[in-house]
Ligand binder design. Sequence first.
Ligand SMILES: *Cc1c(COP(=O)(O)O)cnc(C)c1O
Length: 390
Amino acid sequence: MIDLKAVRADTMGCRHTLHFDNAGAALMPTPVFDAVQHHLRLERFLGGQEAARRSQPDLEAFYHQFAGLLNAQPEEIAYLENATRAWDMAFYGLRLEPGDRIITHGSEYASNFLGFLHLAKKKQVEIDIAPSDRSGQLDVEALERLITAKTRVIAITHVPTQGGLVNPAERVGDVARRYGLIYILDACQSVGQIDVDVEKIGCHVLTGTGRKFLRGPRGTGFLYMQRDLIKTVEPPFIDLKAATWTEDFDYVWRDDARKFENWESNVAGRVGLAHAVEYARGIGMKVIEERVQKLGAALRTSLKSVPGVQVCDLGEKKCGIVTFKKEGIPSSSVAEKLREQAMNVSVSSVEYARLDLGARGTGPVVRASAHYYNSEQEVETFVAAVANLK
Ligand SMILES: *Cc1c(COP(=O)(O)O)cnc(C)c1O
């Protein structure tokens, strides 16, 4: 059970705001804010280099916290400035050849799909899109039928940015394992709201961001790469952290996931994100997952009962993200009118998810995303406000 009073007391933002934009950027808890501020204070008084030395225990803890969170090894974790760069470092490091095939799904994140298109134009790789089943989630059997001798990679999104769907990531992992394919999982919306275990899922690469359900600072992200793959994937860029300049005309790469990091980074952000993971693990990911799912379901059910509201979420298993439209009011106006009442949501537009929202013809949808610190009362207040919108 979550001590709602305690987690809300740690979340100053919920005194003023009804925050249902946890999929956009969640509210930071006090211990995370304090950790970032503490590091910035060190930088202010000691300079950035000395501050980093003093924060070394926290900076090391970053790798151990993520390893614990994801059931990985600390050597398999890297700190990046956001989830997109983390994903890029792995994807562009695969050195795909003309004719190589990538399998993805219509729920894929826009920037990742742009990456596929980019390599399709530049390197003539081919993109296969696995169909959805009747519930709207990725159809795993249909995905398996797309595999050919040229297929190299399965790259999908666990929880898409534009809806409550949870794709069957574990079953995809089973297919990837049987065919010896590299499996990249964008877990940007799942880590922090769902208990994610890389070993159970069987992915080789997993990427995520700090600011969403993990409640960390902005401008932070992480990469998990399975140990054996680290040896064969070469980052698209190099710097003096990723490699050592061993001879005048030679260098060697680091042998852990930190070869995907930059030498210079937001150090206070890394300290903050380490604390954010510690905070989430302190509550427990199973407990968090259960509560977020329950609140998401309550929000979905209540919204469905409001006349003129259409809930748009797909999939068999759903999460804390709830998308909807209100008849006669453009989604952007819905968000604006809610914002005037101190309620935060966001809008998913079609260009964020052409193959999904575009194909379904939904137009822009309102996205309300609940976290464990939201209350049942907030669900009621929010639904009443949506019902009252003219
Ligand atoms: C937000 C999001 C990203 C991108 O994360 P950044 O940290 O902004 O780069 C990637 N994938 C999904 C599914 C997302 O929702």
